[in-house]
Design a protein around this ligand. Structure first.
Ligand SMILES: C[S@@+](CC[C@H](N)C(=O)[O-])C[C@H]1O[C@@H](n2cnc3c(N)ncnc32)[C@H](O)[C@@H]1O
Length: 363
């Protein structure tokens, strides 16, 4: 097993490939990324044995922007007999078991890429999970209870008779099936983009810290707030929100008494005097370079300590643009004496955009 499979949104295979090639090279690992456009995944083939496993352990998954999931995989198992797909898959795992302690496996996920065509395979994958799990358990696998230090087994089906058998390390993967958190749209929310901020909070803020970092009495600023899907997420968590936008905010949000609508330009707005914000969120449709400059201004002036914002990516060289923007923001914060955490992710609910989280602390 000397390959990585990285799941991504369809149309973002090139970005995923560029990113994994770069991150692998930073670890001294060289390889070749196989890109099939609109396939929803990328295969990165390492040149040396054992290296895909090393990457799966050592590239922090949280630092990958475009990959929804990262797993170590075998060569594609093709022409699986439709009457018995299980035997070749079990055999493949038996081949790797001398190198990997499969007794530490906790879970099986039979998955597909997130494409329309692959959706037809999903029903099959669901049904196939039960007998495959039984067969793997018979080998003494999938019984490990320690989730953190365990491994998850994945079968990525690309056709009904072809799959990659693989695994991921639980402490360095997406905990979600297909790397996609399933969120329910709250019917009282003013817009569907509320799910973007909900997913961002889920992704960037550890569950056990959420109620401390987003809590009653805090102040949030939402730039480009209308009709209010992001403000809704902050208000729901007890924040008071300055909602900045020339548009119209949903009446339901006014009714909460927890927002002040400021019909102003988000690039000129400043927090009311002596009322620094705890949070800045920003979903304005603007050039990424303008957005990061604005976010940098807020953080350096200490108008907020924590921020989640979107970078819209309608351009061709999306990965290059993202790298440049994040690098500029990092440099600005460092030069001004800030320590910071920064994470960027192409969330499931993002389309032609990524979401970034930054939290600063003074040195
Ligand atoms: C994608 S929508 C935001 C949706 C919002 N996050 C939600 O969940 O409902 C972008 C918004 O940014 C606003 N916008 C764009 N440029 C702006 C600017 N310079 N100042 C303030 N708002 C701006 C637009 O009016 C629009 O309402």
């Amino acid at each position: 097993m000397n390959k990585l499979a990285l799941y991504c949104r369809i149309g973002f295979e090139k970005e995923t490939a560029a990113e994994i090639t770069e991150k692998a090279a930073e670890q001294g690992v060289f390889g070749f990324a196989r890109v099939k456009e609109n396939s929803g995944y990328v295969i990165f083939e390492c040149y040396q044995p054992g290296e895909a496993d090393r990457l799966a352990r050592e590239i922090p998954f949280t630092q990958l922007i475009f990959a929804r999931q990262m797993i170590v995989v075998s060569d594609l198992l093709q022409d699986l007999p439709l009457t018995d797909r299980i035997t070749p898959i079990v055999q493949k795992y038996q081949e790797i078991s001398p190198h990997l302690n499969l007794r530490q496996s906790t879970e099986l996920r039979v998955e597909t890429a997130d494409t329309n065509e692959a959706k037809e395979l999903s029903a099959f994958c669901r049904k196939f999970t039960v007998p495959l799990r039984q067969a793997l358990k018979k080998q003494g696998w999938l019984n490990f209870k320690s989730i953190k230090s365990g491994i998850t087994l994945h079968c990525l089906f690309v056709q009904s008779d072809a799959c990659y058998a693989g695994y991921s390390y639980n402490r360095n993967h997406s905990p979600y099936f297909m790397g996609i958190p399933r969120l329910k749209f709250p019917p009282e929310a003013p817009s569907r983009s509320t799910l973007k901020l909900e997913e961002a909070i889920l992704t960037f803020i550890p569950r056990e810290e959420e109620s401390k970092r987003l809590s009653e009495g805090m102040i949030g600023v939402d730039l480009g707030a209308c009709p209010g899907g992001w403000s809704y997420q902050l208000v729901k968590r007890g924040l008071f929100v300055y909602a900045v936008d020339h548009g119209k905010m949903a009446a339901s949000l006014h009714d909460t008494g927890r927002i002040e609508h400021c019909p102003e330009d988000g690039f000129k707005f400043q927090p009311p005097k002596r009322k620094k914000a705890d949070w800045l969120v920003c979903d304005m449709v603007e050039q990424p370079s303008r957005i990061v400059a604005l976010i940098g201004k807020w953080l350096v002036n200490e108008w907020c300590r924590e921020t989640i914002f979107n970078l819209k990516l309608p351009m061709k060289k999306r990965y290059a643009e993202v790298r440049l923007c994040l690098q500029k923001l990092s440099e600005q914060l460092t030069q001004n004496g800030f320590g910071f955490q920064m994470q960027a992710k192409h969330l499931y609910h993002d389309r032609e955009e990524i979401t970034v989280h930054v939290r600063t602390r003074r040195h």
